[in-house]
Design a protein around this ligand. Sequence first.
Ligand code: E4P
Length: 212
Amino acid sequence: MKLFLDSADTSAIKQYAHIISGVTTNPTLIMKSGRDFREVVNEICSIVDGPISAEATAEDADGMFKEAQELSSWHKNITVKIPMTEEGIKATRLCADAGIKTNVTLIFSAPQALLAAVAGASFVSPFLGRLDDIGEDGLALVREITGIYKNYSFGTEVIAASIRNPVHVVECAKAGAHIATIPPKVMAQLYNHPLTDKGVKAFLTDWENAKK
Ligand code: E4P
């Protein structure tokens, strides 16, 4: 499984650059960074050598495709995020035919993931946490999508998105999601266990005593 960072915070991206192989952004994350879209995306591309998702915001297929052409001209690693709408799926097909990589975002059902794969999406992003938020089962959706994709040779990779905790990451790995895109707060949680802290402290104390 590959780990991406779900963030436009370049200091967090630098912190985890040794462990991540891509970055996802969205308009909300760009807004939170308080920086110019192009400037921050280009800086992210200079930190991580892997797929960097930047979102198209037009609502019609031709507009999204034009934006995709522009965004993908900024850097070879830019993957254009396309919202899961009927126009978005048209744009995904246009991008696939033009060799532009896409990440179909805001996926909340298996039929949506199937349509995106058939249209030639490079990635699909099911949003687990947001499904959990409304009392549905986000992990069940990830399992359903990976199960369907295993039957075919779509070439579309599943990015488990809207990750809220380490259990989400582990369960997505068990489900065979290719990638989990993880916010910095959850990334930090992945490292921690109280018994590790306790063990490190005890070993250091004993080492000091052994040297006496
Ligand atoms: C994915 O690419 C999205 O940026 C992200 O995972 C959305 O997560 P949220 O539900 O925490 O906003």
